[in-house]
Ligand binder design. Structure first.
Ligand SMILES: [Zn+2]
Length: 98
C-alpha cells in the first residue's frame, strides 16, 4: 500500500506519488514543504502539493499504473472526479456501446 510522505527527503524526482486529488503523478521536484509533478492521468502540471498538509503518498510504479487505469485501490473518489470507467457499473458503458 502507498506510504505517506512526511518530508521532502523521502521522495525525489523520478518517483511516483498520489496528490491530494488522488492523481498518480511523476515527481519533478521536492523541496522544503512542496512537491511538484506531472499527472499520469492527463498530463496536467505542475501538480504542486504541500507535503505536510496534502497527505501526499508515495506510489510504486505498479501502483501508479493501477491508479491511472483503475483508480486508487484504497480511496473512495467521488464520481464526478473519477478519470477511469468503472466497468461494468458505469453509465458510460451505455453511451460507448455500439
Ligand atoms: Zn495538494
Amino acid at each position: 500500500m502507498p506510504s505517506l510522505v512526511s518530508t521532502h527527503t523521502e521522495i525525489q524526482p523520478g518517483n511516483y506519488y498520489e496528490d491530494c486529488a488522488f492523481h498518480p503523478c511523476l515527481c519533478i521536484s521536492s523541496d522544503d514543504d512542496e512537491i511538484t509533478g506531472v499527472s499520469l492521468v492527463d498530463g496536467s502540471h505542475p501538480r504542486a502539493c504541500s507535503i505536510p498538509h496534502c497527505g501526499v503518498r508515495r506510489l510504486t510504479f505498479e501502483e501508479a499504473l493501477h491508479w491511472k487505469f483503475f483508480g486508487p485501490l484504497d480511496q473512495t473518489v467521488v464520481k464526478d472526479s473519477r478519470w477511469w470507467y468503472d466497468y461494468p457499473n458505469d453509465e458510460m458503458v451505455e453511451t460507448h456501446r455500439l
